[in-house]
Design a protein. Structure first.
Length: 131
């Protein structure tokens, strides 16, 4: 399956759909609803920026979404917060992979090398903070 973040059609992602959804929660998501709205808003904006090839700004939105997961404080919500972080990291890894493909090979686009560097730096930064 291709990255839903890069899909031009609405097969994988719809603007009105949340990127991260809460499937089951004993507390009905009370502790994380505001953070989920924030994350979903950041990730939706990131998707739109990627469609416009504004990767650096999209990476900033992804970083904000990731950082917002640390605002989820209740102990019983930490597994969900980690799942949200893993989902966002997966998105960032997919962007990095796609940028690598775009900047290498016969039809490489040099103009995206800076974006690739920024994506790799952010990926390393978030992975280091995870430990």
């Amino acid at each position: 399956m291709n990255s839903p973040l890069f899909s031009q059609d609405s097969e994988y992602f719809r603007d009105k759909e949340e990127f991260i959804k809460l499937e089951h929660c004993k507390d009905k998501g009370d502790a994380c609803n505001s953070q989920m709205k924030l994350m979903n808003g950041n990730l939706l904006l990131a998707r739109k920026l990627i469609e416009k090839k504004e990767y650096t700004r999209a990476l900033q939105e992804i970083k904000q979404a990731y950082n917002s997961t640390y605002q989820i404080k209740p102990e019983q919500c930490q597994k969900c917060a980690q799942l949200f972080r893993d989902t966002i990291m997966g998105t960032l890894k997919q962007i990095t992979t796609d940028l690598k493909k775009m900047t290498s090979g016969l039809f490489a686009r040099k103009m995206y090398r800076f974006d690739l560097q920024q994506a790799e730096i952010l990926l390393r930064e978030l992975e280091e903070n995870k430990s």
